[in-house]
Design a protein around this ligand. Structure first.
Ligand code: NAD
Ligand code: GLY
Length: 350
């Protein structure tokens, strides 16, 4: 097992390794004397891992209740959120009790937001079961639900008390969901770490999962320590996301998040080469790695369509949008870009 300590408004550990889930109860017990724990999960994950999590928690002396909602982004809604907090109240969870978020980013975001707001905040543990959740959403304290007006529009910064990442749970992921997470892993390499990028370039899908997840978590840990509340350096994590969110919206979420991020990354990288911000060699290397992982690099939407979606992105600030643009593998600049220039920039990268 590898451990990454995170320093933020609440300090905690991220534990990464094989065979960790059966030790969830023991790890939780080290943190709290809580009597009760609510395990929050969804319909795909619960049948696979709910029993192990429950048994482990019971074995460590927790009384458990479980809330299992339909899998999928549609459940990250105000409706499910209200059902969940009502469930916590009906089961008399107190401020000294505990929430366990067992699942991917949807479970983590929803359960995290419930933990942040129920009784004005109760402790929670993230148990990520997707690659995306392992390297990104379970770490750093962003929690949210979606509103009809857009994704993640209602949320809170609220750090977990522990992240327990059992990499064995990734073995049951459908290949396309695993590949989606790879887009985020590649993102860390492009943003911060040429060695990580090189490992991914040479190993492809056969990368060392424990080492790579640990490295991504360390990188995210450093960003969160510098900018927990997303006012500066943390924006870099949006590489490929501004255009990517546009692609997701244009496809009515038919194109998955990871695929959209991959296409968005390819577009900004090609545009950066056209504008002389990165070299052709950098552009080719980035595109080559995306291709190695079988990730898409183009879409049928016009620059105008993507531009319109970029304007509705919540990262817009006044008359500018902060684009994250690769200069070289290992460094991307935050470029506040006037709205009037966004469309031509995207067009250059299509
Ligand atoms: P997800 O939670 O919907 O999981 C993807 C799919 O994999 C689902 O069908 C799920 O049922 C299934 N699944 C999960 N674990 C499994 C396992 N071990 N075996 C088999 N199937 C499994 O989606 P995701 O990609 O994990 O997360 C996406 C969500 O994360 C989005 O809502 C996004 O907004 C959010 N997100 C949040 C942050 C953050 O910082 N909070 C960062 C990135 C993304
Ligand atoms: N996933 C982006 C962030 O945590 O800031």
């Amino acid at each position: 097992m590898r451990t990454v300590p995170v320093t933020a408004s609440r300090n905690y550990e991220v534990q990464i390794g094989s065979g960790l889930l059966p030790g969830l109860g023991e790890a939780a017990r080290k943190l709290t004397k809580a009597k009760k724990a609510a395990i929050i999960s969804e319909t795909n994950v619960w049948p696979l891992y709910g029993g192990v999590a429950e048994k482990s928690m019971n074995g460590a002396g927790f009384e458990t209740v479980s809330f299992v909602f339909p899998a999928g982004e549609a459940s990250k809604s105000g409706e499910t959120y209200l059902q969940l907090v009502n469930f916590l109240a009906e089961n008399q969870l107190t401020r000294s009790d505990l929430i366990i978020a067992l699942g991917g980013g949807v479970v983590g975001d929803l359960a995290g937001f419930a933990a942040a707001t129920y009784l004005r905040g109760i402790r929670f543990i993230q148990v990520p079961t997707t690659l995306l959740a392992a390297v990104d959403s379970s770490v750093g304290g962003k929690t949210a639900i979606d509103l009809p007006a857009g994704k993640n529009l209602c949320g809170a910064f609220y750090q977990p008390s522990l992240v327990l990442c059992d990499i064995d749970t990734l073995n049951t992921l459908p290949p396309d969901i695993f590949r989606d997470g790879c887009a985020e892993v590649i993102k860390y390499g492009i943003l911060y770490d040429p060695d990580l990028f090189e490992h991914l370039r040479t190993r492809g899908m056969e990368f060392d999962r424990e080492a790579v997840i640990t490295r991504c978590v360390e990188l995210k840990r450093d960003v969160v320590a510098e900018d927990e509340f997303d006012t500066g350096a943390r924006m870099r994590l949006n590489l490929g996301h501004t255009v990517g969110h546009g692609i997701e919206a244009q496809s009515h979420f038919g194109i998955s998040h990871g695929s959209a991020v991959a296409i968005g990354t390819a577009i900004v990288t090609r545009a950066a080469a056209v504008c002389g911000i990165c070299s052709e060699e950098t552009r080719n290397t980035v595109l080559e790695v995306l291709e190695t992982f079988g990730l898409p690099m183009s879409c049928d939407y016009s620059a105008e369509d993507l531009y319109r979606s970029a304007l509705s992105d919540k990262k817009r600030s006044g008359g500018t949008v902060n684009l994250i643009i690769p200069e070289r593998v290992g460094f991307c600049r935050i470029a506040p870009t006037p709205v009037s220039e966004i469309q031509s920039f995207i067009k250059a990268g299509l």
